[in-house]
Design a protein around this ligand. Sequence first.
Ligand code: COA
Length: 311
Amino acid sequence: MTGKIIGTGSYIPDTRWDNNVLAGMMDTSDEWIRERTGIVSRHIADKSTVSEMACEAAKKALEDAHESDDTFSADDIDVIIVCTLASDVLLPAVSCLVAEKIGASKAFCYDLNAACSGFLFAYNTCVSYMNSGLVKNALIIGAEKLSDQVDWSDRGTAILFGDGAGAAIVKATDGNAHMVMHSDGSRYDALTLLTGKKMYMDGQKVFRFALKSVPEVIEELLLGADMKKSDVDMYVLHQANKRIIEGVAKRLGEDMEKFPMNLSEYGNTSSASIPILLDELKRGGAIRSGMNIVMAGFGAGLSWGAATITV
Ligand code: COA
């Protein structure tokens, strides 16, 4: 069994801060941010919470799934997993609120925090449930309001992040699932958010980790899947930094055209970045049924992983 993505949705807050807005808040410039990160703007959830954004993205993913299969309804969803690193609601799980909002009365629900690897870990978790026979359909969501968590006077960190949510409905389908996940708690202090504090990041440490670990984990995945790089149509990577994605492509010896990006518009939205990108690619027609897609996530933990996804 593997997990086929049959519906996607996303929620992007209206408020958009380009780099010049940040240059008015701290000692930085549009030129510096573009050159070092590829980021041009980020969206700020000044009027919505994590749980609200999660619900909006979920509603759209359900509508999308219903469009391709009009018999599909919220009651077909067996599990809802919301990935977030900090939510406005701590009890119950945000996923319980999503279930109530979309009328998914049969789903069991919980939240998962694997930081920027959250969506990938949730996808692998629900595909594992599918292989055990526990679930047939899953709703997985990444929702983040990082504008509340960064220190807006820390120019080395705050410039990177943005807010938003993305969701996917995953259906058990015949086929083989391939997945790899890793964590290294000994390097936990490279990126932290301690209670009552703002986010702390050692940017260079995280940069070096990503450049080494992401190509390695993709190679590990392809080896386990008995796939060659030439079999891969597209790599959907966590949207952290253009230089990281370019570095991964170079180390893999792959063409940049296989690495779609939207981080210039949204910055790094942590667990929401992959599902927002998937939603844009699906709605824009760039993802077609039968394509071989590799998804890879990485971030705080340190945690990282990859999976083949079916669309
Ligand atoms: N604007 C202008 N100057 C800045 C700046 C900013 N926003 N942020 C840092 N600088 C300065 C530093 O103070 C330093 O100045 P100095 O040389 O006078 O001391 C200089 O720029 C270089 O800083 P450095 O930290 O070495 O820059 P960098 O090339 O490593 O880029 C990051 C910084 C954060 C962009 C980069 O390390 C990075 O992208 N890391 C990965 C972060 C990430 O993706 N995290 C999420 C993972 S999920």
